[in-house]
Design a protein around this ligand. Structure first.
Ligand code: 13P
Length: 263
């Protein structure tokens, strides 16, 4: 029996974050991901594509038919109003999304999003009926200073609302220095951080810690996915660059088919 199958309360999740990439022509890759998922290539893992908001409605039909979830990459805290250029959680839901990424380091750094703002947006996701994928992770300087756990701990406590449940919340641990760099932490460091996150969730959200999924993100690719996905308390991946092509993304998701075959 493989590690993840023995934790039947946490279905693995492989989510692609396309970031600000993708025009309508690129939905051909999303269609291929849908076809491969429908054909069982991801085993029993859940597959989710967090596309640019402009592509969500065009992707709904093939994703729904294949059982692939759709997600947004950010939302405003309010349901509607005078916020030019913003997208609300309700709008994402209306466009066909069931997930939304919140607190990604590119938004924390590039749009000045602090923990309180991420928490407000996570509550907005809950209000709209979306599952929030809340991202946490330290910078290289913070890791080198020995502060990685303190930073991630304060991001968790500050960003996750107390009413979160395993159905409404997924955590993604994405060390900032591992995003788009080809670098990854050691498997030991990932195991320690994911265990720490699970313990912190128990402290903050008593009683649900064993069922909340914790993804690893940062330079996940087909060549390292198998070893990363086997780390205890790694319940899947949040994939950036390698989610843009069906070949690479399914090369990652198929780890779960292969684990199952091997079990
Ligand atoms: P990469 O997979 O490109 O490193 O990006 C990770 C990420 O930021 C996913 O949200």
């Amino acid at each position: 029996m493989t590690e993840w199958l023995s934790r039947s309360e946490r279905r693995p999740l492989v989510a692609g974050n396309w970031k600000m990439n993708g025009l309508r022509k690129d939905l051909a890759e999303a269609d291929k991901i849908c076809a491969a998922t429908a054909a069982g290539e991801a085993g029993e893992a859940e597959v989710v594509l967090c596309l640019p908001a402009t592509l969500l409605m065009a992707a709904v039909a093939s994703c729904e038919a294949a059982g692939v979830g759709l997600g947004g990459q950010h939302c405003h805290g309010a349901p509607n109003g005078p916020f030019t250029g913003d997208v609300s959680a309700e709008m994402l839901k209306d466009a066909g999304a069931s997930y939304v990424i919140l607190g990604h380091s590119e938004r924390r750094a590039g749009h000045n999003e602090g923990n309180a703002s991420v928490r407000e947006k996570t509550r907005a996701a809950f209000r709209a009926g979306l599952t929030a994928i809340v991202c946490v992770g330290e910078t290289r300087a913070e890791r080198e200073a020995g502060d990685a756990m303190a930073i991630v701990g304060s991001q968790l406590t500050g960003s996750v609302p107390g009413e979160a449940t395993p159905e409404t919340l997924v955590i993604a641990y994405e060390p900032v220095w591992a995003i788009g760099t080809g670098l990854t932490p050691t498997l030991k460091d990932i195991a320690e951080m994911h265990r720490f996150i699970r313990e912190r969730l128990e402290a903050d959200l008593s009683g649900v810690r064993d069922r909340i999924r914790i993804l690893y993100g940062g330079s996940v690719k087909p060549s390292n996915a198998a070893e990363l996905m086997r780390v205890p308390n790694v319940d899947g991946a949040l994939v950036g660059g390698a989610s843009l092509t069906a070949r690479d993304f399914m090369g990652i998701a198929s780890v779960y088919r292969d684990l199952r075959v091997a079990s």
